[in-house]
Design a protein around this ligand. Structure first.
Ligand code: ADP
Length: 246
């Protein structure tokens, strides 16, 4: 029997992209039930990981902890080598710039064209315009949108809009791409295309974490699958499948 009282060895591993060490999160709403309860997980460079679980299982809480929108009640959250329990406030924007984020609802500037939506991300970090004029077309071509630069995003299809959002997330060359239900608003054909694109991005070296409810895609893609239930990781499988709760 292992001695459960034995002090946990402090592990330091700067190679991890994500390292959660016995993390719990309780909201101050008086219910007392933690949204995440003693979660430990490591995601290494170059991995492609699905995070699945029913509504209320803690997926959004986990994403907010990874982005330092929330802090853990207990345990340590380490992302890209930053200890998010200790990170200084003025360092948070610099930290977040290393993460590309893709949402279910795209969150594009609807009245701007495709080029402007992606260039915006470069302007925020003050990329010189000469470089920007190379980077934006290159990333748009890589997501299959060469030739659509001047189209306003509101006239694009859902699949195309998500490609713009992915290009915007990638243009600053993030180490980690975090996708929150990226295919939640897409039909099955576009869903598959977006997943193929995310897979290609991963093959090119970016670590990709995808939160999803899409059982078919998870089962088809045969990637690592972490399943949350009531704030606990109930399964973490390489080449995993969507666990049916019914
Ligand atoms: P999921 O994203 O998997 O649906 P959430 O992380 O949103 O799960 O929620 C996990 C648990 O935390 C749920 O019980 C939910 O009611 C609770 N929760 C989420 N956000 C808050 C909040 N801001 N205040 C209080 N409780 C919350």
């Amino acid at each position: 029997m292992p001695d459960i009282k034995k002090k946990r060895k402090k592990v330091k591993n700067t190679d991890d992209i994500i390292f959660l060490d016995h993390v719990s999160k309780e909201y101050d709403d008086g219910t007392g039930a933690p949204a995440l309860n003693d979660v430990s997980v490591r995601i290494g460079p170059g991995e492609f990981v699905f995070i699945v679980g029913d509504s209320g299982s803690g997926k959004s809480t986990l994403i907010k902890l990874l982005l330092r929108e929330l802090t853990a009640t207990e345990g340590t959250v380490n992302v890209l080598g930053y200890n998010l329990n200790k990170i200084r406030h003025r360092m948070i924007p610099k930290f977040r710039r290393k993460i590309g984020i893709v949402f279910q609802d795209f969150r594009l500037l609807k009245d701007r064209n495709v080029y402007e939506n992606v260039a915006f991300a470069q302007r925020i970090i003050q990329v010189p315009s000469k470089e920007m004029k190379k980077n934006v077309p290159a990333v748009l071509a890589s997501v299959g949108l060469a030739g659509k630069y001047k189209v306003r995003t509101k006239s694009l299809s859902g699949g195309e809009q998500q490609r713009v959002a992915i290009a915007r997330a990638l243009v600053n060359e993030p180490t980690l791409l975090l996708c929150d239900e990226p295919t939640g608003n897409l039909d099955p054909v576009n869903t598959r295309e977006i997943m193929k694109l995310l897979n290609d991005i991963n093959q090119a070296g970016t670590t990709v974490v995808v939160v999803t409810h899409n059982r078919d895609i998870v089962n088809e893609m045969q990637k690592r699958v972490i399943t949350l239930k009531k704030g606990v990781i109930i399964s973490d499988e390489e080449e995993g499948a969507y666990i049916d709760e019914d």
